[in-house]
Design a protein around this ligand. Structure first.
Ligand SMILES: O=c1ccn([C@@H]2O[C@H](COP(=O)(O)OP(=O)(O)O[C@H]3O[C@H](CO)[C@@H](O)[C@H](O)[C@H]3O)[C@@H](O)[C@H]2O)c(=O)[nH]1
Ligand SMILES: [Mn+2]
Length: 733
């Protein structure tokens, strides 16, 4: 298709960020400033080490903290080297009636019916079935790692509801096609037809919810006799110990909606689980889906989505096709990633749930190198890339595997075999084929390995978010999620596939650094904790660690601090974020430093010495009403006695105490102290300002989301202890 290369007919364009010159100049200046700082730190350490052991400890900690900050800064520069933005022109695609579009298989994963309500999962699947794509080329597969009969029941209901819902979406031209999201939106269409649809959807939801309450599917539901018989399989069924269950719910060559238009295929699958076989969490589930769909529909393009990420633009597959149908790009293209956008975040996004840097800003940066990382959802993959071919292999030389009629007996026998838990033994699944095993962040790891094999990827970020999902709306959930990521990222960082070694060799230097920025995420805890403790202890003991306000060297400190924060703010705002959300984001960075990053690092270290942890703890997608009200009002939610909050409370109290002690001394002794301790006062004050919601939760709130009394008391006690020990340390400084 040479015509596609012509600029007026090209399917997509790419623009390099017009500020790259500025970024690179700043990179140079800032790196010099870092070198000067590290030189000073080293020189001080050398003289300090002669003074006393405590000086040695203190200055070594500071050097280590700054060296880690410098390392992370250096990795981050790869992401700023060449940020790009792309645009697609789906209207220029060849007509699907005249030109064959590749088929599309959609994978929806769910893992726990209590944390991921089956009716919502079904809603997500309905939004995928309603994608604007030829129905005979579209198949939706749902993997249920929760092994829940209620989830299957929800999908049976959804298959019935789809006959009405899909024509309704087409007729109304809906953009967001999840029924749950549509009927919850402030302005769903009010006409009688919409009301009828809503009633139908509510009835379906009620059926599913009451099945959920009962814990099983009984005769009093709408299911047919044949369907009910299917549920007999769940007798004596344990979640982590059961045979595979696969049911074809809709077949596109037989099933029609109420306007006689074909429906897409819909398949429910719960793979076999046995306690003695590792199941590799989500990566394992996706690999079963890859194999099973390879037999049933074998679409060359595979879309993976989390159960809470619904389609918010029915034309997103067309956008992906703009890349997959470009002959100059296609042979090496492994995936097209759309960002994770979240709905229902509160105004200032107090838990930084947007994760803008990770999901958007950095992706523009990686896209200018070999392509964005895979983030687990909203991603269109080339099946060829996942199935172990290499980018240099000929596009047509992959053998077409057996594809059977989707529900036929031989097909069903084959797919049951492929969903068995011993199927992968002795195969390359998880090592060089499919989604890769060995990390809790299977998405990051799989994308990274593909890039190392020479594959490329593309980031598409259209103005209308292609997918929308839920971010954790409780602080504890958000911190636990981040802790899981930290552990998973370390698993890659310290493996033989470390981005810094394997990545820089096999992908490229900047790609290796860019991936390294993520892999070593957890080590942020070292500088964050150092700066949350040492300057405060020094302030209380009146022993300055930093230059005086009147010394010229203060300019170096000021530049390093202000430029880093300023650039972070600029990136955030230029990518469309608000200043208030940036403030929340930087606060969450500090909060994670003393919680997720710290505990994730500890958990990883314990795993290394053979102490196992809980693995993939699925993020909760349901919330109590009172809790969500607090969230909507932007009020921090503590409420439970978690080690996270003790660590957080201790550092918050420490900064407040030292700030008060410092200010009091300035008031009593005078401006000389201010000059001498300026940096310390600033740091303690800055952290305390960030901690205002924590103090409020500790001392001024009485609702259920307040800091539990015993957490507050423990934090005060621990802060006291740290001050006491710090007193000794600085006494001999
Ligand atoms: O054993 C498991 C565990 C999880 N999941 C599914 O994986 C998805 C993501 O799980 P969630 O608990 O929502 O994790 P998050 O941390 O919110 O997810 C982010 O991080 C994960 C890696 O840690 C990626 O897989 C996700 O795509 C990415 O959105 C959900 O649909 C789950 O149902 C499974 O299918 N099997
Ligand atoms: Mn999630």
């Amino acid at each position: 298709m040479p015509a596609l290369l012509d600029s007026s007919t090209s399917l997509h364009t790419l623009h390099v960020d017009r500020h790259v010159g500025l970024y690179r100049a700043h990179m140079l200046v800032y790196s010099l400033a870092i070198l000067v700082l590290l030189y000073h730190r080293t020189a001080t350490l050398l003289t300090a080490s002669k003074n006393s052991f405590s000086s040695l400890v203190i200055h070594f900690s500071l050097l280590l903290a700054d060296a880690i900050l410098a390392f992370m800064w250096a990795c981050c520069q790869a992401l700023r080297w060449r940020p790009v933005r792309r645009r697609e022109f789906p209207h220029r695609l060849p007509d699907p009636d005249l030109h064959e579009w590749p088929a599309l298989d959609v994978f929806v994963c769910t893992a726990d019916p209590r944390k991921e309500p089956p009716a919502s999962v079904a809603s997500t699947a309905l939004s995928m079935m309603a994608l604007d794509y030829p129905a005979h080329k579209l198949s939706v597969y749902v993997s249920d790692d929760g092994g829940s009969e209620v989830t299957l029941f929800a999908f049976m209901e959804a298959a019935r509801f789809a006959r009405y819902w899909l024509p309704f979406c087409r007729e109304k031209g809906l953009v967001g096609r999840s029924p749950e999201a549509y009927f919850a939106s402030p302005d769903p269409c009010g006409d009688s037809e919409s009301q009828k649809m809503k009633m139908m959807f509510d009835a379906m939801k009620e059926n599913v919810e009451s099945a959920m309450d009962k814990g099983c599917v009984r005769n009093d539901f709408t299911a047919s006799a044949e369907e009910l018989q299917f549920f007999e399989k769940w007798k004596g069924f344990v979640r982590n110990n059961h045979p595979s269950i696969i049911k074809v719910l809709l077949k596109s060559d037989e099933d029609r909606d109420i306007t006689s238009t074909p429906l897409p295929n819909l398949v429910y699958l719960s793979r076999e689980k046995r306690p003695s076989y590792p199941h590799h969490f989500k990566a394992g589930a996706l690999n079963v889906l890859l194999r099973v769909s390879g037999i049933m529909s074998n679409a060359p393009i595979v879309l993976t989505v989390d159960c809470d990420m619904y389609a918010n633009d029915p034309k997103s597959p067309q956008r992906a096709l703009c890349y997959f149908l470009d002959p100059s790009l296609a042979p090496k293209l492994a995936f097209v990633q759309f960002p994770q956008h979240f709905e229902g975040l509160n105004k200032h996004d107090i838990y930084g749930g947007e994760i803008r840097r990770l999901f958007r800003i950095n992706s523009y940066g990686l896209d200018g190198l070999h392509g964005p990382n895979y983030v687990g959802t909203n991603c269109f993959h080339s099946r060829r890339a996942l199935c172990g071919s290499s980018p240099s292999s000929n596009l047509t030389d992959s053998k077409a595997p057996y594809v059977g009629s989707i529900g036929s007996e031989p097909t069903m026998a084959r797919v049951h075999d492929m969903a068995a838990c011993d199927y992968e033994q002795g195969t390359k699944w998880g090592s060089t084929i499919g989604f890769r095993y060995g990390s809790l962040v299977e998405d990051y790891y799989t994308g990274f390995r593909l890039h190392c094999e020479g594959w490329k990827s593309v980031f598409s970020d259209p103005a209308q978010p292609a997918f929308l999902g839920d971010a954790p709306k409780s602080l504890h959930d958000s911190l636990s999620q981040c802790k899981r990521w930290v552990v998973g990222l370390f698993e890659v960082a310290f493996s033989r596939y470390s981005p810094l070694t394997f990545g820089t060799r096999n992908a490229s230097l900047p790609m290796g650094l860019g991936y390294g920025y993520y892999a070593f995420w957890g080590i942020w805890c070292v500088p964050i904790i150092t700066y949350a403790l040492l300057p405060q202890l020094a302030l209380v003991s009146q022993k300055p660690l930093f230059p005086k306000a009147s010394e010229p060297r203060i300019y170096l400190c000021a530049y390093l601090f202000l430029a880093a924060y300023g650039q972070d703010l600029a990136d955030f705002v230029m990518s469309g974020g608000s200043v208030a959300r940036w403030w929340s984001d930087q606060r969450m960075w500090m909060i994670r430093g003393v919680t997720s990053y710290l505990f994730g690092t500890i958990e990883f270290a314990l795993n290394q010495v053979g102490i196992p942890s809980q693995g993939f703890n699925v993020t909760n997608k349901v919330m109590e009403e009172e809790q969500s009200k607090r969230y909507d009002n932007g009020v921090f939610d503590f409420g439970i006695a978690s080690p996270f909050f003790i660590s957080l409370g201790t550092t918050a109290i420490l900064s407040l105490a030292s700030f008060i002690a410092g200010i009091t001394r300035v008031a009593v002794i005078g401006i000389r102290v201010f000059d001498e301790m300026f940096v310390h006062l600033f740091l303690a004050g800055f952290i305390a300002a960030n901690c205002l919601p924590i103090y409020e939760a500790m001392f001024f709130r009485s609702d259920n989301g307040k800091m539990p009394r015993n957490v507050t008391l423990t934090s005060i006690f621990l802060a006291g202890l740290v001050l006491y020990v710090g007193g000794f340390l600085f006494n001999t400084y």
